[in-house]
Design a protein around this ligand. Sequence first.
Ligand SMILES: [Zn+2]
Length: 369
Amino acid sequence: MVIAPVKGKINFKYILSLLILIFFNSAYAINIIEKNDYSPLIFENINIPLSLLNISGIPFTSFHVLNDIQRARSQKQIADLCQRVDLTYKKLNWGKSPCFSVPWKYDYVSENGNPLIYWDFVSDTMDEDQKKNITVVLGGVHPDELTPVHLAFQFAEALQKNPDLYANSHVIVAPLVNPDGFFTNPPKRTNANGVDLNRNFPTATWNKYAYQVWLKSKQKDKRKFPGYFANSEQGTRFQADLLEKFHPDKVISIHAPLAFLDLDYEIPQLLSIGKLTDQQKKARNLAELLSRSAGNYKIKDIGIYPGSLGNYAGNERIIPTITLEMSSSNPKFVKKFWNDFSPGLFKAIKYEFKKHQFADIGNTNTDNQ
Ligand SMILES: [Zn+2]
């Protein structure tokens, strides 16, 4: 027969031995820290040669595992997005989408968790000068305008299949800036928060005008809601970040259905009191080149909105920004639009455009006016 020990005595013994253990262990640990403070305690008992440990004590192999997990997760997210793009393509009778044919990457996800994909097409064989001719092409900012999404995806696929098209240039294509709006049924202009991603850029005039003007407007057009704060949306940050990261020489944003080309590149004109700088002339030539390629497509100056890309990039950052407004959002016209506009886009990415230097202002050669 087993006699149960008296509870109180046993507890006392256990507590005492526990205290002794804790005391010695912590003294030992402190001792290690003092003696070898470079030695990572967490891997003390793992037999890892020091050469495989990085400075913070995490084995390089762990980074590899974490990187692999991260990479697999990213690829899964992109594959999920492309599947949804495929489904939407089917609904629109566009056949299979080219989404799976480009490797894509992303640094941002939308409010609904969709990756904001882009790819930079740059050849390894380019020299540094060639890499400097950088163009950002954006599609799907307003995805109820269906035709630009198709044009941007097909443009990316064409570059992917034929690297000669971007020889001597560096092109970044983000075909679906607003996936949440595209996957809504039916697709809508604004993002998941109901914000117009072409009115939310943090421009100098945003605080004073964007929300106030919208609020005071009679119709309060929900489709053009600029957000409660500038730069409040993932899609806005994503576009701004592409400009920050790649420092493009020109930006082309594809929209519909207003049927014109609009060039935003205003500040140098104001500073040079009406005279065109050489850079401005080149920017105009670029717009004209696109126009000519599309059968003398109309060029129109529609002005700028607080919080628009044209304002943020074209005027405040002096990056020639072309808004290509195709003439219809009707999904039936995508083939025609590809034939009309792709030749101009292929020429535009090769069009060399030196970044604007403030020194250029004032050096205007009036003989060339
Ligand atoms: Zn638009």
